[in-house]
Design a protein around this ligand. Structure first.
Ligand SMILES: Nc1nc2c(c(=O)[nH]1)N[C@H]1C(S)=C(S)[C@@H](COP(=O)(O)OP(=O)(O)OC[C@H]3O[C@@H](n4cnc5c(=O)[nH]c(N)nc54)[C@H](O)[C@@H]3O)O[C@H]1N2
Ligand SMILES: Nc1nc2c(c(=O)[nH]1)N[C@H]1C(S)=C(S)[C@@H](COP(=O)(O)OP(=O)(O)OC[C@H]3O[C@@H](n4cnc5c(=O)[nH]c(N)nc54)[C@H](O)[C@@H]3O)O[C@H]1N2
Ligand SMILES: [Mo]
Length: 818
């Protein structure tokens, strides 16, 4: 294929090059005032255009390649697309902002280490579309309030710092100096515990380190982040049991595993490069089991665009078995699998469990065994929606595997019993010693490309005492130990009028958080909202009394306005590898500042220019940040040298490196929790929310969920055909949704039902639209993560405009002769 000068050379491992090899220029059209780009008019969504086709049974392949190129071409032009893609995930290139799946740090990388959705993420960032001051002048807040997320994001990159003051109807430009002065005034007029500093997981390590240092220098741990809404349950489960809040595997472990369980995850859309690793595992003789209420295309077959057979053939089978589990049934499943291992050991003593590991390295095994020697299969079947035979088949695979990896993502983290569910996975892994040996381990697959690094570098409302001590010693501070707000608590505090300043380092909390109406009320009650952003989003529209938008460089933008020249940043992937990332594209505007520079200046405005921390030096030279961090963050010693190695460096991971466990007992801990699962009240279903194939969280790229066969609409509810009938509805009915929690109700209007092969009793809707249905109090215990995948809902026919207008029409005095 050659769309406009681009060749996809599949014989050469999918290397992209220009038709005459000339794709080197990254020039953008000059449009004046230091802005390069153009405005584009975006059409609004017509939700009634919904069309549905059969779900796909394989992911990636030629269509994916075509889609990624087409996307880049329409957004950024030929040469910017090629230039940025070519450098993605290469040693001296940009870390792909798409997801946190790792690249190999052994041997050579493929020429192309990206996927369709990574390409889309970059195309969105590299777009030539710009939201200039004129764009903001043309659209009042009242008008923007009516806009969809899709329309807002498609406006393109923000080119100037903007402000909206009390009573204003439009944002207007503000100088950087004045913007920082405004922040300083608001912060000094209040107390630190009334300030909140949110982070989204794209923030680089250095930026995260400066940002938390700024908040803590001010005197607060109010550092909510997107991780609170994402993998917090994984950290909460793993830290006390394995002694580390992260996964314990390397990329090679996954690829060499004998059995990989992929639980509650849709890699075909959200971590497409992971499909390559899963097919690799199968080629090496391993088996893959998908556990998911939906038959996700990527979990069935994979056509690897990196190989000729994947480009034109049928592709490779990804999973050997699909357990179509009920939403929230996973704790029951892992209890049952643990029980089967115990039972097999009983039958053939000494053949199943890793006794040496259990004795030397674990605690609590006796209690676990006692609690799981008997199980109630009827209840397990009711909880999981699976048959005993299906579970036993996977139990047999476990028995036959000498090295098992369990991967999971958000299907497990956003339910009331999420932490216990994940601990049940740990229990199952420990039985066979599947931690800290090749091909085995726990693998929470992270979302945002640097969400793990942000935590490592101190973005958390409750960092341990040891961290505070090192931070204080490094900078001569006396930081408060008072635990700060997480994302849910921050929303509550904002809604209660207890927050005066809200700063957002990336992200879009107004849309990402639960209970949209409450969140929006909270934003509006806040005195000052500051959004450090690349593109317009809802959090700019539902704003505080005074609102600032500070436009920043993206991952792929060149960051060279420094006394010492071009700077680079670093990130940590899902497997604890820290590597550098450096953009090369010309920014769309001369008025953008790099994130570390923004923090440096914000900190000086808040804390005064004579503050003990040398903010100026950090903003000028990122080596200075890394030097400080290397003395505070364990495992980053000699940071500046090691980050310049070809593939960066790997953080220590005690369970993986030496089978040691930094837990209370110094051992990996078995835990016992009562069985729980989700059961909807009579007439209700369990509703989960998920991403379509055409979005990056709250940034909506388009309206198609290609693999699931949904086109041109997002306000849909996927529902099993038998549930449709049982509830008295028909396919495509227009409905309102009522979400119930402890006797309270939240309503969402105008969704369309779509018959879909999801598990019985379990419906699915898209995030972020359905966040209006998530009750603030419905959270995972221990992690406080919103219950985005555990709503209890019922449907009511929508008596909306059409009927009303029909009625109004009927009531109008007739002009027809009677
Ligand atoms: N292209 C793209 N890539 C992304 C993102 C994006 O928006 N777009 N987002 C990034 C981020 S921040 C994250 S955190 C990750 C998210 O990656 P995923 O976790 O894959 O994201 P979701 O779309 O929420 O998909 C959840 C999956 O879990 C399943 N599921 C739901 N409930 C249950 C359950 O109770 N049990 C089981 N076993 N399965 C269940 C759903 O059917 C669905 O397949 O992706 C990252 N990568
Ligand atoms: N119902 C439901 N809700 C969910 C989830 C779910 O599965 N279901 N998932 C949750 C999860 S896993 C997550 S991670 C959160 C995501 O929550 P967030 O991280 O807050 O949301 P994003 O949509 O990723 O943020 C997008 C915005 O980030 C800005 N941005 C993009 N790149 C950059 C950059 O390089 N620098 C800066 N400063 N800004 C940038 C852009 O302005 C863009 O509008 O949502 C959570 N909410
Ligand atoms: Mo996430």
């Amino acid at each position: 294929m050659s769309p406009d000068g681009i060749l996809w050379d599949n014989g050469g491992m999918g290397l992209i090059h220009g038709r005459h090899g000339e794709a080197t220029s990254d020039e953008l059209e000059e449009t004046g005032d230091g802005v390069r780009g153009r405005r584009a008019e975006v059409e609004e969504i017509d939700e009634d255009a919904l069309s549905v086709s059969k779900p796909k049974t394989s992911a990636a392949g030629l269509t994916a390649v075509g889609v990624s190129m087409a996307r880049g071409l329409t957004q950024g032009g030929v040469s910017r697309t090629v230039r940025s893609l070519y450098r993605v995930n290469q040693p001296d290139g940009i870390d792909c902002p798409g997801c946190a799946w790792p690249e190999s740090i052994k041997g050579d990388r493929k020429h192309v280490e990206f996927c369709e959705n990574g390409a889309k993420a970059l195309a969105e960032e590299n777009t030539q579309r710009v939201a200039t001051p004129e764009w903001w002048a043309d659209h009042s807040i009242a008008e923007l309030e009516e806009a969809t997320d899709y329309w807002l994001g498609q406006a393109g990159r923000i080119t100037h710092p903007m402000v909206l003051r009390e009573g204003d109807t439009h944002y207007r430009p503000i100088s950087w100096d004045e913007a920082f002065a405004t922040i300083g005034e608001h912060v000094r007029a209040t107390t630190p515990d009334r300030c909140v500093f949110y982070t989204s997981g794209r923030t680089a390590n250095e930026t995260a380190f400066m940002y938390q240092l700024m908040a803590r220098s001010l005197g607060t741990n109010n550092l909510p982040d997107c991780s609170n809404m994402c993998h917090e349950s994984s950290g909460a489960a793993l830290t006390p049991t394995l002694g580390v809040g992260k996964g314990t595997v390397t990329l090679e472990d996954v690829e060499q595993s004998e059995l990989v369980l992929v639980v509650g995850q849709n890699p075909g859309s959200n971590h497409p490069r992971m499909l390559g690793s899963l097919t690799e595992a199968r080629k090496n003789g391993g088996k893959v089991v998908a556990v998911n209420p939906l038959p996700e295309a990527g979990l069935m077959n994979f056509k690897d665009p990196q190989t000729p057979s994947g480009l034109i053939g049928d592709g490779d089978r990804v999973s050997d078995e699909h357990l179509q589990i009920k939403v929230g049934g996973d704790q029951a499943l892992f209890k049952a699998l643990g029980h089967l291992l115990l039972a097999a050991e009983e039958e053939n003593p000494g053949t199943v469990l890793d006794h040496r590991f259990l004795e030397e390295k674990t605690s609590g095994f006796a209690e676990y065994r006692a609690a799981h020697s008997e199980i109630d299969w009827d209840e397990i079947e009711a909880a999981t929606g699976l048959t005993r035979a299906e579970i036993e088949r996977v139990g047999q695979m476990l028995l036959e595997s000498k090295a098992t990896v369990v991967c999971w993502a958000l299907g497990l983290t956003q339910q009331p019993h999420s932490v216990d569910t994940i601990r049940e996975i740990v229990n199952m892994l420990l039985l066979q010693g599947n931690v800290g040996k090749p091909g085995a381990g726990a693998c929470p697959v992270r979302g945002h490309s640097n969400v793990q690094g942000d935590r490592t570098f101190g973005v958390w409302e409750q960092m341990p005492e040891s961290f505070h001590q090192r931070l204080d010693a490094e900078f001569g501070l006396d930081t408060t130990r008072k635990v700060g707000y997480d994302s849910t608590e921050a929303m509550q505090a904002m809604a209660d009028g207890e927050v005066d300043v809200f700063v957002s380092m990336g992200g879009n909390l107004a849309r990402a958080n639960s209970d949209t109406r409450m969140m929006e009320t909270g934003m509006r009650r806040t005195g000052l909202t500051v959004q450090v952003s690349t593109k317009p989003n809802r959090s700019h529209v539902v704003h505080g009394g005074t609102a600032l938008i500070l436009p920043t460089l993206g991952r792929s933008d060149r960051d060279d306005k420094h006394p010492g020249g071009r700077q680079f940043l670093s990130v940590e992937n899902s497997m604890s590898v820290i590597s550098s990332t450096q953009g090369r594209l010309e920014p769309v505007s001369d008025h953008l500042l790099a994130e570390p520079v923004i923090i440096s200046r914000m900190a000086q405005a808040m804390l005064g220019e004579d503050h003990v921390v040398d903010w100026q030096a950090m903003g000028e030279d990122y080596d200075v940040i890394r030097d400080h961090a290397s003395r505070v963050i364990p495992g980053t010693e000699d940071f500046n040298r090691r980050i310049r190695q070809k593939y960066g460096f790997v953080l220590p991971n005690a369970p993986r490196d030496s089978r040691s466990f930094d837990t209370e007992s110094g051992r990996a801990a078995f835990t016992v929790a009562p069985l729980e699962y989700l059961a909807a009240p009579e007439g209700h279903l369990v509703l989960q929310t998920m991403r379509s194939h055409d979005q990056y969280n709250t940034t909506i790229y388009g309206l198609d969920d290609r693999y699931r066969g949904i086109s041109d609409a997002r306000r849909v509810i996927l529902i099993h055909p038998d549930d449709l009938t049982a509830l008295g509805f028909s396919d495509r009915d227009l409905i309102d949704v009522v979400s119930v929690f402890r006797g309270r109700e939240l309503r969402g209007e105008r969704y369309r039902l779509v018959a879909y092969p999801t598990a019985r009793g379990c419906a699915a809707a898209y995030y972020p639209e359905a966040n209006e249905l998530v009750h603030r109090e419905a959270v995972a215990r221990e992690s406080n993560t919103p219950g985005f995948k555990s709503m209890m809902v019922r449907f009511e026919p929508h008596h909306g405009e059409s009927e009303q207008s029909a009625q109004a029409e009927a009531e109008k005095p007739s002009t027809q002769p009677v």
